[in-house]
Design a protein around this ligand. Structure first.
Ligand code: DX5
Ligand code: ZN
Length: 221
């Protein structure tokens, strides 16, 4: 399996120049734009909403936009983000009262759908919805902030989810988010991830292309 996606988290970009930053990271070889939505309620931080997603589309960004909802309630944001140009919408099961309905709402809005698991959130939420998932996102930090360290127990959790995806026979992306760096991406891929969010590792370096190339080099080993 060599089909790896690199998804820079724009949480660590320069928000005063967001369009240019997203353009630059895509020119540098990124595949997907990871868009972190925080509400100062489900997580202790406040970021950006559908207006900013639409602004990126209006600016000319064509790449898939992966909207990671860290908001509660979830449902009222889904149609707004779909209309704003989201490609993928993921949410945390604890934040939705009716998980199946939220997933259906995302699909009905024409987007790919995914569930996000915090480091201590159990995987049983997968039990009855595998057929509705395009993406499973494991958090390898507690959500809310960029620049945190990868929590090692996530590797064992990735292996469990990889087994469940393979057993399902379905084409489901296994995304990892938090503390992904050049020096741990190979180990994370070996545990089963095939979509890698990286914020500070990319945006805190001057040469985005060099970081992304180094990540791809690690993935090719
Ligand atoms: C954290 C966000 C992440 C964050 C990752 O709540 O979901 O997407 O931006 O940042 P790094 O890669 O710096 O850990
Ligand atoms: Zn995220």
């Amino acid at each position: 399996m060599a089909d790896y996606l690199i998804a820079p988290s724009i949480l660590s970009a320069d928000f005063a120049r967001l369009g240019e930053e997203v353009d630059a990271v895509l020119q540098a070889g990124a595949d997907v734009v990871h868009f972190d939505v925080m509400d100062n309620h489900f997580v202790p931080n406040l970021t950006i909403g559908p207006m900013v997603c639409k602004a990126l589309r209006d600016y000319g960004i064509k790449a898939p936009i992966d909207v990671h909802l860290m908001v509660q309630p979830v449902d009222r944001m889904i149609d707004d983000f779909a209309a704003a140009g989201a490609s993928i919408i993921t949410f945390h099961p604890e934040a939705s009262t009716h998980i199946d309905r939220s997933l259906q709402q995302i699909k009905a809005a024409g987007c790919q759908a995914g569930l996000v698991f915090n480091p201590a959130t159990p995987l049983h939420y997968l039990d009855y919805v595998m057929d509705k998932l395009d993406v499973i996102l494991l958090m390898s930090v507690n959500p809310g902030f960029g620049g945190q360290s990868f929590i090692p127990s996530t590797l064992a959790k990735l292996k469990q989810v990889r087994q469940r995806i393979d057993a399902s026979g379905r084409d489901i992306r296994l995304e990892i988010d938090g503390g992904v760096k050049v020096d741990n991406i190979a180990e994370i891929a070996a545990a089963g991830a095939d979509m890698f969010v990286a914020g500070s590792a990319i945006f805190n370096q001057p040469d985005y292309a060099a970081v992304i190339a180094a990540m791809r080099n690690e993935l090719a080993k």
